[in-house]
Design a protein around this ligand. Structure first.
Ligand SMILES: *[C@@H]1O[C@H](CO)[C@@H](O)[C@H](O)[C@H]1NC(C)=O
Ligand SMILES: *[C@@H]1O[C@H](CO)[C@@H](O)[C@H](O)[C@H]1NC(C)=O
Ligand SMILES: *[C@@H]1O[C@H](CO)[C@@H](O)[C@H](O)[C@H]1NC(C)=O
Ligand SMILES: *[C@@H]1O[C@H](CO)[C@@H](O)[C@H](O)[C@H]1NC(C)=O
Ligand SMILES: *[C@@H]1O[C@H](CO)[C@@H](O)[C@H](O)[C@H]1NC(C)=O
Ligand SMILES: *[C@@H]1O[C@H](CO)[C@@H](O)[C@H](O)[C@H]1NC(C)=O
Length: 490
């Protein structure tokens, strides 16, 4: 079943484009460029009759972008979502959603008037049954078709402005893998030409808000399909980890006893098989998922530290943060690793913890919104840009706020005993404060990253010695995404 799902994912990966509310994936919506679905509650578009929202023209930010993407009109993601839609639901008050049928993060109740605060917990503090429930939820997501969203298999042009529909169903888990991939993939310029210096979710200030929203949406979809309104994504606190301690069969899957490229057959996720195309014929089954999990962490974290840019130049300047050398090691992965990294459920645990560090930073510095660059960031990363590929629309700046305002908190941040953590960070903070607020964040996170990664890498190297002579790139699926995408354009 899940094998089918991943195989299916690869099949649909051809000319790639974004995900769409099912209700807007039709000819009429695309031709009119309008995505204002009816709200079930009253049968009016955007719940207009109940004063939930209204169908409105999209207001795009006019702020200048950085120089990294010197094209215009070549990528469906430019000025998101205006290539597809120029009118969407604008929800009022605490309402949210593509038809204003949901509540904003942090609210619940029929009229979205009740405040909610959920706590994300350390995966190692869950009881066995809570932990097993989490794994079962992941599996359910992998096997539950998304009701609300479909993904498109063609570009807007290929769809002939909507007269030639190219949409497919997708399961809920892969929908999110897909969104992550879609936001970070290269621009296809026709023929074999691609432009790599583009990423709507990494390497620039949007990194943390983007992933914050991504996890919130993910959490909410799980809440919906399981009926467990209290579900939160657990986090893996890797600060003191000397090894990939979640990489066990009890948790996210151990290593195969004889083949280091495979997941242990006893792991809950070993049934999440994938197909890959690189070096193999399409359709040939590949057991287990990916290899080199440590590399996932490493490459994701490298993007974490790169997620901060100097607002004046909108370019990440790692040399200023004093992490230059350390990052060279971590940067030894390709973009494609990042693109497909959401395939691995560790992604969630890891990003939840990354988000908690962002949260620490927000609470410590209480930055005003203006700290987030309004202009000259790489494409998609300005404060007022809508984040790719989400519909309904969310701006980067909306997630540059404390998590409690978004209805969640972290178990370890509720505790008063944070002092030692802070002390550990102080030298980095002092060093970085002189530079620029954004770099403060980079230094905070970079310091942690450096410490943690050094120990992780050492531990992993020790563990691997003798079993795997060569470290292969993680997530060959994502490279296949690229291959397939390119192929489809030849
Ligand atoms: C939105 O798109 C439609 C269809 O292409 C077009 O007729 C309309 O002028 C556009 N509106 C705006 C505000 O761009
Ligand atoms: C929700 O709002 C409607 C209209 O304002 C009202 O009639 C209804 O009683 C409210 N329901 C709840 C549960 O507050
Ligand atoms: C698609 O839309 C563009 C711009 O609105 C227009 O120039 C073109 O003729 C349309 N193509 C089709 C097939 O409708
Ligand atoms: C969620 O938590 C609240 C508050 O603790 C509780 O009242 C409610 O029953 C829980 N819901 C479920 C589905 O467990
Ligand atoms: C990065 O910082 C270094 C040291 O301050 C400086 O020399 C360099 O020009 C900066 N690079 C960019 C791209 O801003
Ligand atoms: C990158 O990885 C390759 C192979 O794993 C290794 O030979 C090389 O030294 C690494 N480069 C850096 C900068 O660590």
């Amino acid at each position: 079943m899940s094998l089918f799902a991943m195989g299916f994912l690869l099949v649909i990966l051809q000319p790639s484009t974004g995900q769409f509310p099912r209700a807007c994936a039709n000819t009429q919506s695309l031709l009119r460029k309008e995505c204002c679905p009816l709200w079930d509650g009253d049968g009016s578009p955007c719940g207009e009759s109940s004063n939930r929202g209204a169908c409105q023209a999209i207001l795009l930010s006019q702020a200048p972008l950085g120089p990294q993407f010197p094209f215009s009109g070549v990528d469906d993601r430019e000025d998101w979502p205006s290539v597809f839609y120029n009118r969407t639901c604008k929800c009022k008050g605490n309402f949210m959603g593509f038809n204003c049928g949901e509540c904003k993060f942090g609210f619940s109740g029929l009229n979205c008037t009740e405040r909610r605060l959920r706590t994300r917990r350390n995966i190692f503090q869950l009881t066995n049954s809570e932990k097993d429930k989490f794994l079962a939820y992941l599996n359910l997501a992998k096997n539950t078709p998304s009701q609300d969203y479909v993904i498109a298999t063609g570009t807007y042009t290929q769809m002939n402005n909507g007269s030639n529909l190219m949409f497919r169903n997708i399961n809920m888990y892969d929908l999110f893998v897909w969104m992550h991939y879609y936001a970070s993939r290269d621009t296809l310029l026709g023929g074999s030409n691609v432009w790599r210096d583009i990423d709507f979710a990494h390497e620039a200030p949007g990194f943390l808000p983007w992933h914050r929203l991504f996890l919130l949406l993910w959490e909410r979809e799980i809440q919906k399909i399981t009926g467990d309104e209290n579900f939160t994504i657990p986090y893996w606190d890797w600060r003191d980890a000397e090894d990939c301690v979640v990489c066990t069969d009890e948790y996210m899957g151990g290593r195969h006893p004889t083949n280091p490229n495979l997941l242990s057959p006893a792991s809950f996720f070993s049934s999440w098989q994938v197909r890959t195309g690189r070096g193999e014929k399409r359709g040939k089954k590949k057991k287990g998922r990916t290899r080199g999990r440590e590399k996932l962490i490493v490459s994701e974290l490298s993007y974490l530290t790169l997620g901060f840019a100097d607002p004046r130049t909108a370019i990440s300047n790692i040399s200023q943060s004093g992490l230059h050398n350390a990052l060279h090691i971590y940067m030894n992965g390709s973009m494609s690793q990042v693109q497909g990294s959401a395939n691995d459920p560790i992604f969630l645990l890891h990003h939840a913890f990354v988000d908690s560090i962002f949260e620490r930073w927000l609470r410590r510095h209480r930055p005003i919104l203006e700290v987030y660059p309004a202009a000259n960031a790489p494409i998609g990363h300005n404060r007022e840009n809508y984040m790719v590929p989400f519909i309904p629309l969310y701006r980067n700046g909306e997630f540059f706020i404390p998590s409690r305002e978004l209805g969640y908190d972290y178990e370890y941040l509720q505790e008063p005993a944070l002092d030692s953590f802070q002390e550990f960070l102080i030298p980095y903070l002092e060093q970085a404060r002189q530079i620029w607020p954004w770099l403060v964040g980079a230094a905070v996170i970079g310091g942690i990253v450096t410490a943690v990664l050094s120990s992780l890498i050492l531990a992993c190297k020790k563990k691997r010695a003798g079993t795997s002579p060569e470290i292969q790139p993680l997530l060959t699926e994502s490279e296949d995404y690229n291959n397939i995408s390119y192929q489809s354009h030849f």
